[in-house]
Design a protein around this ligand. Structure first.
Ligand code: PEP
Ligand code: MN
Length: 338
């Protein structure tokens, strides 16, 4: 059964930048004020503008570092004020949500252990009701797509429309090189059902080791996902949690620069069609004729020249671009006809 979600696309949240990948980065855990600031400065230096840091950490064993708690939220506030970054942390209870609201956390994410728990999801959804904080929901630890969708539905029914997801892979007993099974099929299924959902991958928790980050990030991009959430720490080997999978801001910059971003042709055409729709509305409001023949001839002859430089024939370039242009005129005519 398919459930409707009433979502505001990431591109309308105000900070979600293109071209892909939109990258959220920061340490697994906020440890000290100095570590939070130094890491944030390193990331801001090459344009990262959404900062993550875990304040409350869901850990397997009691007694291991369970996060600095609410005092760390003051450090995130400082990151916002001094570096102009948006800040983002994980919540798992109503109390966490209320603290985040109090300290002006910009975006929150739901961890994999929490999205697997409908009681907690309902509690969080109720606590968020009435706010417009964007929420990113990680997949549940077990590969259960319906459970993931159920978590999204609970938030959506509470009025949260700035919704996105983070694919971080699934617990497995299989012998694989990664910490979690990427299980990309489930991500593809969710992407296909809800193409409007802002879609991130978390290569860090999928990999468990920084040596696999590039290949997993590239895979996420090849699947057309919008963004990455990556754990980055100013001194990864000394990190208080997930040391092996974190990388320095400088190494993250190199990783991002190494990604090859191939745009999917159907997506490019769909994006273009949205732009045509907007142009149609503008022309309608400003009483401008849809077909601008002179302008089109100019654009087409530019394309033909560029095509020739790449060894393409005039006939094939004009056939392709005329087809795209005809479709654009059709979309704009539909706007005119209401
Ligand atoms: C995290 O992002 O720090 C985290 C705890 O991740 P996950 O819920 O994916 O294990
Ligand atoms: Mn972590």
């Amino acid at each position: 059964m398919s459930h409707e979600l009433d979502i505001i696309p990431g591109t309308e949240w105000g900070f979600f930048t293109l071209p892909r990948p939109m990258c959220i980065a920061g340490p697994c855990s906020a440890e000290t004020e100095e570590q939070v600031m130094e890491t944030a400065r390193g990331l801001a230096a090459f344009g990262i503008h959404v900062y993550r840091a875990g304040i409350w950490k869901p850990r397997t064993h009691p007694g291991s570092f369970e996060g600095v708690g609410a005092p760390g939220l003051k450090w995130l506030k400082r990151v916002k004020e001094e570096l102009g970054m948006k800040v983002c942390t994980e919540v798992a209870t109503e109390k966490h949500v209320l603290e985040c609201i109090k300290y002006g956390v910009d975006i929150i994410w739901i961890g994999a252990r929490t999205s697997a728990n409908p009681f907690l999801m309902q509690e969080i959804a109720d606590a968020l009701s009435g706010t417009d904080i964007p929420v990113l929901v990680k997949n549940p630890v077990n590969p259960d797509l319906d459970l993931w969708i159920g978590a999204l539905e609970r938030l959506n029914r509470a009025g949260i429309r700035k919704l996105g997801v983070i694919h971080r892979g699934f617990s497995t007993s299989a012998a694989i090189p990664y910490r979690n099974d990427p299980g990309w099929k489930i991500a593809i299924e969710l992407r296909t059902r809800y193409p409007q959902l802002a879609f991130f991958a978390d290569p860090s928790h999928m990999a468990g080791d920084r040596k696999y980050l590039l290949e997993l990030s590239q895979k996420a991009m090849d699947l057309g996902l919008d963004g990455l959430m990556v754990e980055s720490h100013c001194n990864p080997d000394q990190a208080w949690s997930d040391a092996k999978q974190q990388l320095t801001p400088t190494h993250l910059q190199t990783l991002l620069e190494s990604l090859v971003i191939r745009e999917n042709t159907s997506k490019l055409l769909a994006d273009r069609s949205k732009v045509s729709h907007q142009i149609g509305r503008y022309k309608l409001e400003h009483n401008v004729a849809i077909l601008q023949a002179g302008r089109w001839e100019q654009v087409l002859s530019d394309m033909i020249e560029k095509g020739k430089a790449l060894g393409l024939s005039e006939e094939s370039v004009s056939a392709i671009f005329n087809a795209i242009h005809d479709e654009s005129v059709r979309v704009q005519n539909r706007v005119l006809e209401g």
